[in-house]
Design a protein. Sequence first.
Length: 222
Amino acid sequence: MSTEYFVLTKSQTLVIDGEAHILPKTNIDYYRSNGLFEESLIHWSKQFCDKTKVFLDIGAHSGTYTISLANLCKEVHSFEPQRMTYYSLCGGVALSNIKNAYCHNFGLGSSEQVGTQTLKIVSNDGGGSSLHSTGNILATEQIEIKTLDSLQLRNIGFIKMDIEDNELYALKGAVETLRISNYPPILFEANWQNNELFDYIRSLGYKVNNISGYSNMYLATV
């Protein structure tokens, strides 16, 4: 398995002024034709950002949400456990000259998952990597898992979460954080009707709605 990257920027010179994304080269034809993955969803998410509150990008990948939304938030905490993908996240943040983003090279889960876990890597672009994959596994990587509650983050206004079937566990490790932040909106991915996940989110007092135009993206709000 080998991942190569390229820099996507609006600048036509070597001096970058604005957003810069370090993205997997394997998807370059898509980026040329369509722009960023989920670009319309990123734009739609801007309505939930608040310059007085914190945004959590859980499963940040190369940082498209982090980089696109950082200037609309007080600060961003981005979580990406896969090593090379984390490096691309950090590089994009640095090239974009974003001062209010904090990148974390570990994953979030439940208290039972805390410690070292095996991440299954299933693609050359870093997408789809999961603790739960059972299909075509290209490689594995040892990663660290922490609970969100252990980080004692406060004043959270919006959460985006895309962590390949570990969403339920991450939420179980985030109950106190969600409560203290008055249950902020959560944009999350679920690749099928995950009743256990949806029931748990609803048990916290959230309502869950599918996002129009996306079969696997949902918004939880109180």
